[in-house]
Write a protein that binds this ligand. Structure first.
Ligand code: 8YV
Length: 313
């Protein structure tokens, strides 16, 4: 009798052990492996603890007749088909807020690293080029410049708050105008991109935001433009982004997310003006621990018949 299904090869052994210590659990590495569990085992499963980005939809849910909860590890639950879940009376939870600081930190970190050419600077020192008497070419001032945030949710706001301390002129686009200090609202992304040097994407993933930052918006950013993406690879026209970086029609990018992670488009590897990160926005010991705890708290609440902490549907 295993009321919990731990689903995802992405769980560390420590995370898995903590879930198993709390609840009797089965394990599947991926949604398409759930069918390998016996029918009797599947019938005992009431909750899934999910981690990863492999689609989880009706085909898997229908193998688990008593499933009442899918608890996602992560704020973004675009891998889970919430429509399928709701239609079956299955609740979905995520792990919002606990990762806002880290994701905002890495967005700002990539902005500084890109502007100040820090990755090349490190290589410059190690290779002895500096010792040989050559100075790194001058780079670009970030403080005091203009930034456009695409998506002013909890993470977008934390990024904007940080950048306000960098004396930046803050613009944003969201579905509707929000209450802000003195930030400028734009009804569409092209208008936003036209107005700023840095475009930071902080959207939710999923179908509705696919290629939300279009080729036209990337072009509108112009030759001083820098794209920062900490959301999902799907939220920008990635092909257009690669072309713009290769052709130098924008100045650069800082990217923590890509399509087809981790086997990303190999053209990225040669783009010298892009800083590339391995989807590590929430990847600190402290935050991953908080995410795991919130996921477990949702699972425990469901199994005890109590209110969920962070419901999605
Ligand atoms: C991942 C994330 O969930 O929270 C999110 O939406 O993108 C990350 O924190 C994490 O990589 C685990 O898959």
């Amino acid at each position: 009798n295993t009321p919990l299904l731990i689903l995802g090869a992405a769980f560390s052994s420590e995370e898995r052990a903590r879930l198993e210590a709390a609840h009797s659990a089965s394990f599947s590495a991926a949604p398409d492996a759930v069918s390998e569990l016996s029918e009797a085992t599947r019938a005992t499963i009431k909750a899934i603890a999910f981690k990863g980005h492999t689609p989880l939809n009706a085909a898997t849910m229908d193998l688990l007749p008593n499933l009442g909860l899918i608890a996602n590890y992560g704020v973004g639950y675009d891998a889970i088909n919430v429509t399928d879940a709701s239609a079956r009376g299955i609740k979905v939870t995520n792990t919002p807020d606990v990762l806002n600081d880290d994701v905002a930190d890495i967005a700002v970190g990539m902005m500084i690293a890109q502007s100040r050419n820090m990755v090349a600077g490190d290589a410059w020192v190690r290779s002895g080029t500096w010792a040989g008497g050559e100075n790194l070419p001058l780079n670009r001032k970030m403080s005091g410049s203009s930034v456009g945030i695409v998506g002013l949710g909890r993470i977008g706001r934390d990024i904007a708050d940080r950048l306000a301390a960098f004396k930046m002129d803050i613009h944003y686009h969201a579905r509707s105008e929000k209450e802000t200090p003195n930030w400028t609202y734009h009804a569409d992304v092209v208008s936003l991109a036209t107005a700023v040097d840095y475009l930071v994407i902080a959207l939710v993933g999923g179908k509705e935001t696919e290629k939300y930052v279009s080729a036209e918006a990337i072009a509108a950013l112009g030759p001083r433009g820098v794209v920062i993406n900490i959301s999902r690879g799907s939220t920008i026209d990635e092909d257009a982004l690669i072309k713009a970086l290769a052709d130098g029609t924008i100045a650069g990018a800082g990217l923590d997310v890509f399509n087809d992670e981790p086997k990303i488009d190999e053209r990225f590897y040669d783009l010298k003006t892009a800083i590339l990160q391995p989807h590590q926005g929430s990847g600190t010991v402290e935050t991953r621990r908080a995410m795991a705890e919130l996921q477990l708290a949702n699972v425990s609440a469901h199994l005890a018949g109590k209110d969920l902490l962070t419901p999605v549907n």
